[in-house]
Structure formats: structure tokens, C-alpha cells
Ligand binder design. Structure first.
Ligand code: NUP
Length: 216
């Protein structure tokens, strides 16, 4: 089954813990990014992991020189099960993160093409090259857009067995039906606002989970 990753981009600790607790029955993984970590601190990752008992991925889109990437990865992967990094900074920068991840048995997920409209300016022209690099390096996942199913398909064809982690369903307008025709078992859809901003996040997470189940 395609998995559900909750993007927990709320900026209040109690709200984050409440939503993580309420939705954990229906989500397979929780993604924590700058909004929540900067509003609290890195230890929130540990707390969410303990409370939800789910895979927790830090979406820090790391994009620095190898030695700085290494430091960021070491700090993040103390608590998180995986980290999202950018690929455009090049092979050495990604390898620096992979080295830390391998020592700790953690995941490195690399961004190829982002989901927002502006990604067509600079990212889309190099995204297939980034996907090829992801495959060469054997990363544990790649981010590709649910907002552009044709691009999602192309990137998936390039990376083959590497799991896809795909944002854009819900608030960004991605078409879940179309996306589920492309994704396969072990891939993830990422859903944020349409779960955590809904009146009933638990029900919303349940609805997404059921849609994923029904596609089997
Ligand atoms: O290309 C990307 N698009 C994207 O939306 C790469 C991402 N990591 N994200 C993240 O996915 C974004 O930062 C947010 O955390 C989540 C999507 O959230 P939402 O649009 O469902 O609220």
C-alpha cells in the first residue's frame, strides 16, 4: 500500500503533540520541518517519535558544503529516522549526509523537483539529472511532485526501486487519483495542511488512509 506521511508544520508544541497523537493510528510516518523545530527545538522530534511510535523524517532540505551537511545530519539523526536533503548541491554534499546516515542506519531522502509552481524555473530543468544522481548514490527516497503527475511518472521511471515521497496532495491541489496510478507500494504521499488545518485532523487522516487502502 502507498503510505501516508503527515507533514506536521504547525508552530505550537501542544498542537503538534495533540495532532500527532490523534492521527498516529492512520499515518505511517511524520515529517517535521523548520516551522515546528524553530518554534520549539530539535528535541520535539524525539518527543513526537516517542508519542506516535512512527517513523519521523526531518525535512530540513539540507543544501550546504559537505562538512556543514555532516554536522546538520549528525544533530538531526540523533533523533530522526531520516533527513531530507537537496541534490543540486552535488554528489559530495549528499555523500556526507549518507555517511552519517549509514553509521546510524537512518534514511537520506533527496529532493528532485519540488511541488510548487516556482519549481519549474530552475529545478525542473535539472530534475531528471538529480533523479539519476539519486539512483547512482542509492539514496533511500526521493521527493517528487504530486502537483505534476507527468513529472512524477518520469522521475519514478528514472529512480526505479527507490521509494518516492510525494507532496502536493490536498492544499496544493494535487490529484490523488492520478498520483495513485503512478505510485506503488513503499512510496509515500505527504499531506500537511489538509490534515492539520482541518476541523478534525483525525478524521481527515483516516479519510486519506482509507483512500490509500481502497486503491489496493
Ligand atoms: O517539493 C516539495 N513540496 C512540499 O510541499 C518538497 C517538500 N518537502 N514539501 C513539503 O511538503 C512542504 O514543506 C510541506 O511540509 C509539505 C506539504 O504540505 P501541504 O502542502 O500538504 O500542507
Amino acid at each position: 500500500m502507498v503510505k501516508l506521511m503527515l507533514a506536521l508544520d504547525v508552530m505550537d508544541k501542544d498542537k503538534a503533540l495533540k495532532i500527532a497523537r490523534e492521527t498516529s493510528e492512520y499515518v505511517d510516518a511524520i515529517k517535521i520541518g523548520y516551522p515546528l523545530v524553530l518554534a520549539t527545538n530539535l528535541k520535539i522530534v524525539k518527543e513526537i517519535k516517542e508519542l506516535s511510535n512512527k517513523e519521523v523524517i526531518c525535512d530540513f532540505k539540507v543544501a550546504d558544503i559537505p562538512s556543514t551537511n555532516e554536522k546538520i545530519a549528525k544533530l538531526t539523526l540523533q533523533y530522526a529516522d531520516g533527513i531530507i536533503c537537496h541534490g543540486f548541491v552535488g554528489e559530495d554534499s549528499i555523500r556526507a549526509i549518507q555517511n552519517v546516515a549509514k553509521e546510524n542506519n537512518k534514511k537520506v531522502i533527496m529532493v528532485t523537483e519540488m511541488s510548487h509552481p516556482g519549481a519549474v524555473m530552475f529545478m525542473q530543468p535539472i530534475a531528471n539529472e538529480l533523479a539519476k544522481l539519486a539512483k547512482k548514490l542509492g539514496v533511500d527516497g526521493v521527493v517528487a511532485p504530486s502537483t505534476r503527475p507527468e513529472r512524477l511518472k518520469e522521475i519514478k521511471e528514472i529512480v526505479g526501486e527507490i521509494p518516492i515521497v510525494s507532496p502536493g496532495i490536498g492544499a496544493q491541489g494535487g490529484d490523488l487519483e492520478k498520483v495513485l496510478e503512478i505510485l506503488s507500494d513503499n512510496d509515500y504521499i505527504i499531506v500537511g495542511r489538509s490534515i492539520y488545518n482541518s476541523e478534525n485532523p483525525k478524521e481527515s487522516a483516516k479519510m486519506y488512509k482509507e483512500k490509500l487502502k481502497n486503491r489496493e
